[in-house]
Design a protein around this ligand. Structure first.
Ligand code: APR
Length: 331
């Protein structure tokens, strides 16, 4: 199931469980801990008093009381001491034990803050990386919807080198629709006209590469048919594909059962990433849904940046899309 990255106040999230970045006493504090206790009311602290604390890297669960969430999962992140005191291992354990506790209580939706990325001074870009990698790995084998809640934009920083690379690529490729419309029109005018819809035209590559029948057949292929064909060609299972695409099972079932289903552009791009298609084939798959990569769209350029570098990690792509205020892939 998908991982969403959202900007919100976690106490407002209408999910089965929210996770609290607590301290070992479980008796409240500042930051998100303080927000959650204030929103849940005094009964939360009363229940926490019965738990006898919680060691770093572990998690304990209480009711949500006045919160929209049914449960609060309290986990204790590591304090950052430079990285040489098993901080990463403990932080991974926070996410894992919280997810396991949520599953044990039949939660279908869980929201996390960025554990340890505040008072505990874990470097934010590394905190994000651990969160996204650990949650992503867990979701490969479990049906759960997870929200990574970013409270303020400044606390969402991704690796500078990755962000700088993306920013430079956008600068090089972004076509401002207002100033370059004429140039774009000229560029498109120079392209060969699209073949009439059902014309048995020559295949896009020399005939010796593929038979005319096969080319015509692929011309009529719908998005759903091409997607399922590609999944078969890649030797993937449906579940492997939709999880890698950060798409939930229900949406995939709709696409599988309706040959003429028209996905949104982020969904079509998410499957191109999951199938690890090179740009040309990704363009072909998008075309089946009536879309094309456009240099007038920052999100298209960001996805193109990652595909061109052979980086098909959809969570990393979504981190970059989020950082540039673009809609995320999948989900
Ligand atoms: N919703 C979502 N995220 C929030 C909210 C909120 N209402 N308030 C703060 N955050 C974010 C912060 O921006 C930060 O990115 O939560 C992340 C974790 O920061 P902290 O709350 O400071 O938690 P942490 O760094 O793990 O330190 C834990 O701080 O509050 C005390 O009792 C707590 O001693 C413990 C320590």
């Amino acid at each position: 199931m998908p991982l969403y990255i959202v900007r919100n106040d976690i106490t407002k999230m209408k999910v089965d469980a929210i996770v609290n970045a607590a301290n070992e006493s479980l008796l409240g504090g500042g930051g998100v801990d303080g927000c959650i206790h204030r929103a849940a009311g005094p009964e939360l602290l009363e229940e926490c008093r019965t738990l006898g604390g919680c060691p770093t890297g572990s998690a304990k669960i209480t009711k949500g009381y006045r919160l929209p969430a049914k449960y609060v999962i309290h986990t204790v992140g590591p304090v950052w001491h430079g990285g040489g005191h098993r901080e990463k291992e403990k932080l991974v354990s926070c996410y894992r034990s919280s997810l396991e506790l949520a599953a044990a209580h039949n939660c279908e939706t869980v929201a996390f803050p960025l554990i340890s990325a505040g008072v505990y001074r874990y470097p934010k870009d590394q905190a994000i990386q651990v969160a996204v990698d650990t949650i992503g790995a867990y979701l490969r084998g479990h049906e759960l919807t997870v929200y990574l809640v970013v409270y303020d934009k400044s606390s969402f920083q991704i690796g500078r080198e990755r962000l700088a690379g993306v920013a430079a690529y956008i600068d090089d490729h972004y076509v401002d629709v207002h100033t370059d419309a004429a140039a774009e029109r000229q560029r498109f005018a120079a392209l060969p006209a699209d073949p009439p819809p059902c014309a048995a035209t020559a295949p896009s590559r020399p005939p010796q590469d593929r038979s005319l029948d096969e080319a015509v057949e692929k011309l009529d292929e719908s998005f759903s048919q091409m997607l399922l064909r590609k999944i078969g060609e890649k030797g993937m299972t449906d579940a492997q594909c939709y999880k890698k695409a950060n798409i939930d099972r229900k949406l995939f079932s709709k696409i599988r059962s309706d040959t003429h289903y028209r996905p949104s552009k982020p969904t079509a791009m998410a499957f191109a990433v999951a199938l690890e298609l090179p740009l040309e084939e990704a363009q072909e798959l998008l075309g089946k849904a009536g879309f094309a990569f456009s240099h007038a769209s920052k999100s298209d350029i960001i996805v193109e940046y990652f595909i061109a570098r052979g980086n098909y990690n959809i969570y990393e792509i979504n981190e970059a899309l989020f950082a540039f205020d673009q809609s995320l892939l999948g989900g």
